[in-house]
Design a protein around this ligand. Structure first.
Ligand code: NDP
Length: 283
């Protein structure tokens, strides 16, 4: 029998605030399940400290890093290469370090697409999607829906500036014409294939829900929430009452993490184990 190797391969996440970021739970559950000597660590890195932090993990031989608020856009100038989708989204949440070079990917929207294709068994090709919100999550979802063949996108946002900026980004980077609706009152969603809450409303401990006319949701509509905790949001509960097929943000979180897991380890992530670990954590 060979000597035991006690040197861990390290990955983690840079963000601020970062204490309550739960990705560690699903990634380490996956590493344990496959017997990998990997660790995932949460680092509190403030805006302006990103370059120093990246130099540190390069010296320490990290395999990669996740980025969350406020670093998803600021990371881009420090990368040696970037995926086509991340370039279009203009944000990166996962970095792989190979031979001292940094490659950037965005797994948020890909996790969303995997959730609808794997868990709801449907394709976005030719679909009309209505997205509530125009922040980072909405941006990643909108770009990936376009790349997956969606034919119509409606962006609904409270602030006009951010909503219009997303429409402009989709035109500039994807050559796609989407429509923007201001969300200044109770919003009535049109008949559509996908209705997505990509706002931060209802993220624990916030108990509110998006202010929309839920009675307008047609039975069979695929209604998705990005909020992972609580998994059963008020938005999904109301949609389910109208006969919608619902997908929670916990699934999206697990799938986006699974894509990062594969980029770092080269192995298929044990998705069910990772999902169970997160469910237990949130229960
Ligand atoms: P941002 O801050 O970039 O965007 C937040 C969005 O929510 C904006 O469009 C904002 O509108 C809108 N919003 C917030 N509060 C309200 C409100 N009371 N009424 C109407 N609109 C509101 O955040 P992110 O896009 O980065 O993240 C959004 C959520 O997605 C977070 O809760 C995050 O946890 C979750 N997320 C989940 C992932 C997953 O894998 N499940 C992955 C990534 C994110 P306005 O422009 O008017 O301020």
């Amino acid at each position: 029998m060979g000597a035991k190797n006690y040197r861990t391969t390290n990955v983690g996440v840079f963000g601020h605030p970062i204490d309550e970021n739960p990705t560690v739970v699903l990634q380490e559950a996956g590493f344990r399940e496959l017997g990998l000597n990997y660790r995932y660590l949460n680092f509190d890195i403030k805006q302006g400290e990103l370059e120093n932090a990246l130099n540190a993990i390069k010296v320490l031989g990290f395999r990669g890093i996740n980025l969350t608020i406020p670093h998803k856009v600021d990371i881009i100038p420090f990368l040696d290469s970037i995926s086509d989708a991340a370039k279009k989204i203009e944000a990166v949440n996962t970095v792989v370090i190979e031979g001292g070079k940094l490659f950037g990917e965005n797994t948020d929207g890909k996790g969303f697409i995997q959730s609808i294709t794997t868990d709801a068994g449907c394709s976005p090709r030719g679909a009309h999607a209505v997205i509530l919100g125009a922040g980072g999550a909405a941006r990643a979802i909108a770009v990936e829906l376009i790349l997956a063949g969606a034919s119509q996108l409606t962006i609904v946002n409270r602030s006009k500036n951010r909503g219009q900026a997303l429409v402009e980004l989709l035109k500039r980077n994807c050559g796609f014409d989407s429509e923007f609706k201001i969300w200044d009152n109770t919003y009535k969603p049109p008949d559509c294939d996908f209705l997505v809450n990509a706002t931060s409303i209802n993220l624990y401990p916030d108990a509110s829900k998006p202010d929309i006319h839920y009675e307008a949701i047609a039975p069979g509509t695929i209604v998705c929430d990005v909020i992972p905790n609580p998994p059963q949001t008020g938005f999904l509960t109301e949609a389910k009452k109208r006969g919608a097929v619902t997908l929670d943000g916990l699934g999206m979180l697990v799938y986006q993490g699974a894509i990062g897991f594969k980029l770092w380890t080269g192995l298929d992530a044990p998705v069910d184990v990772m999902r169970k670990a997160l469910q237990e954590e949130f229960s």
